[in-house]
Design a protein around this ligand. Sequence first.
Ligand SMILES: NC(=O)c1ccc[n+]([C@@H]2O[C@H](COP(=O)([O-])OP(=O)(O)OC[C@H]3O[C@@H](n4cnc5c(N)ncnc54)[C@H](OP(=O)(O)O)[C@@H]3O)[C@@H](O)[C@H]2O)c1
Length: 356
Amino acid sequence: MLRRTLLPVKSALWSRQMSVLARSVKYTQHGEPQDVLELVESELPDPKDKQVLVKILAAPINPADINTIQGKYPVKPKFPAVGGNECVAKVLCVGEQVKDLKAGQHVIPLATGLGTWTTHAVYNEDQLMAVSDKVGVAEAATVTVNPCTAYRMLKDFVKLSPGDTVIQNGANSAVGQAVHQLCRAWGINSIGIVRDRPEIADLKQMLQCLGATAVLTEAEIRTSDIFKSGKMKKPRLAFNCVGGKSATEVSRHLDHGGVLVTYGGMSREPVTVATGPLIFKDIAFRGFWMTRWSKENYSSPERSKMFKEIFDLMEQGKFVAPTHEMVPLKNFKDAAAAALNFKGFTGKKYILDMSE
Ligand SMILES: NC(=O)c1ccc[n+]([C@@H]2O[C@H](COP(=O)([O-])OP(=O)(O)OC[C@H]3O[C@@H](n4cnc5c(N)ncnc54)[C@H](OP(=O)(O)O)[C@@H]3O)[C@@H](O)[C@H]2O)c1
């Protein structure tokens, strides 16, 4: 909420003579989101030096955001903390030393853990990256975590060529949807494993529209001859966000020397390894954490290349946001509770809508 009139001045910069009242979803202790989150109003200072005042347009609720609030994530925020880790925002006003950003531009966070479930925020210029407003709001708001995770896992473990195959469980997750779309763009076969459900036919169709080559339930993959028939190359790369038997099953389909990358543990069960494939096919088990990669590659050319490639696909309409629902900020408690329930089957990503 802007308290005083904003005065546009030359070159679309806003006058610094304004005060902004931010509404932020904050917590002062760890716990379940419904118990510890509250909507708090606070006045923001004018941006100084290299600071940038932004109006947040949209910010998703990811499983890691909920785990952070619960205190179950390796990232421990300082209290009081604002929830959320990614967003798309519009620059309202910049400090006098800001060089590369200007009012009106859309930006996304380059830094992690900024706290994005807020209507307005003041960040430093080097914590932000400009993004074309041709990229959709939902796409830009959700780009830094899941599409980047999918991109890195496809690039950094096995050198893939067109015609190669990857297999993943949790293939309907936001990461899974990003994997299918990148595989389609790069000519890679993408085999998805999902849990069975009454609306399985619709789910399979949706994932195939995104680029999945085939989608099988956990029961179907056990008896499928999809790789044995020779119609499709055996996977050299597998992704696991579930754990337990699901991870074991996925790893069984890997080709000799294949790699299974674990990036999530939605079933809360440990990753169990089948002894035979480990010995006789020399498969490898690796882990990936986007937060670490982003910190280690903060300003790297590789990071810029990754964003450019994903944004180009988004602008061409070849990469869309995960299935989602835009939720008004005032409904943050219900959305946070629904976003990560123990049983799963949520079916969509909740994105807090702060564009009003
Ligand atoms: N390591 C990293 O850098 C990194 C980056 C991004 C995400 N992640 C992790 O990746 C996972 C997925 O994230 P996301 O944002 O893509 O999630 P999402 O869109 O909310 O999807 C959640 C996925 O988990 C499955 N699931 C939920 N509860 C389950 C359960 N009890 N047993 C088995 N499967 C279950 C869902 O399948 P159903 O429809 O069958 O429930 C769905 O496929 C999370 O653990 C997240 O923290 C890690």
